[in-house]
Structure formats: C-alpha cells, structure tokens
Design a protein around this ligand. Structure first.
Ligand SMILES: [Zn+2]
Length: 140
C-alpha cells in the first residue's frame, strides 16, 4: 500500500468535497430532525427479533457523541463511535483540502492481499460489534 500526498489532478473526483458535503448535510438533516422532535427511526430487525442489529444504538451513540459524552457513545455502539471519531478526523482533513487547498491524500497502490486483509478486518469489526451488542444489549 502506498499513500501519496498531492494536489488534485484536473478532472479527478474531489472526494474530500463530496464526503465533507455529505457529512455536513447529514449532520444538518439529523439536527433538524431532532430539533423538530420527529419520531426516531425504528429498527425493523429489533422489532421482529428482539435482538439488536449491527447499527442499533448508532443514533443514540451519535447524540451522546455530539454532547461530548464519549463513554456513553461508545457503550451505545462501539463501531458507530469509532466511525464518528474517524468521520470527525476526516472532516478536519477534508476542510483543509477543500478550503485551505492543502494537498489531498490518495492510496495509489493496494495489493490483492492488502485488499483481502482490509476486507477481513472490516468484517471482523462488524462481527465483534454485533457480538458486543448482542451481549451488552444497551438498547433494552
Ligand atoms: Zn437495529
């Protein structure tokens, strides 16, 4: 795997702008939803099985995260908490690339074995998170 830091090439997709926009838009939408006191989304999997799905607790984790209650955010859904941490770091980085014109980071080479490793690592994280949710079941 090789990560390079370089300016965007002409015509190259600006992932930093795209994902910073999606992240900011999603945050604004969620904040508006909660401010209007609209009903929270219901988990169909949990309603049918009585067990949490992979993303159960992610909304409560986000609310705790944005109130700086990080331990509570972790307890609601550890993987969602890690995603919010990563997304926060990415947004700081993306802001620097988009607004301050800092060079962008790009992965230029990823071997088949590295792809396989990342795929297994991600599936393992999902499985571990689900085991935690099934055992701890913080949503009940
Ligand atoms: Zn769920």
């Amino acid at each position: 795997m090789q990560i390079v830091r370089r300016p965007l090439a002409p015509g190259e997709a600006n992932h930093e702008l795209i994902w910073l926009s999606v992240s900011s838009g999603g945050l604004a939408l969620a904040a508006t939803w909660l401010a209007l006191k609209l009903p929270w989304p219901i988990c169909l999997f949990h309603a049918l099985t009585g067990r949490p799905c992979l993303t159960c607790g992610a909304t409560r984790s986000a609310i705790a995260f944005f109130h700086a209650h990080f331990l509570a955010a972790f307890e609601w859904n550890p993987l969602a908490f890690l995603c919010y941490c990563g997304l926060s770091l990415f947004n700081v980085y993306a802001f620097q690339v988009v607004v301050l014109r800092a060079p962008a980071l790009r992965i230029v080479r990823l071997s088949a074995s590295e792809r396989k490793f990342f795929r297994r690592f991600f599936i393992g994280l999902l499985a571990l998170n689900w085991v935690y949710l099934l055992l701890a079941n913080p949503s009940l």
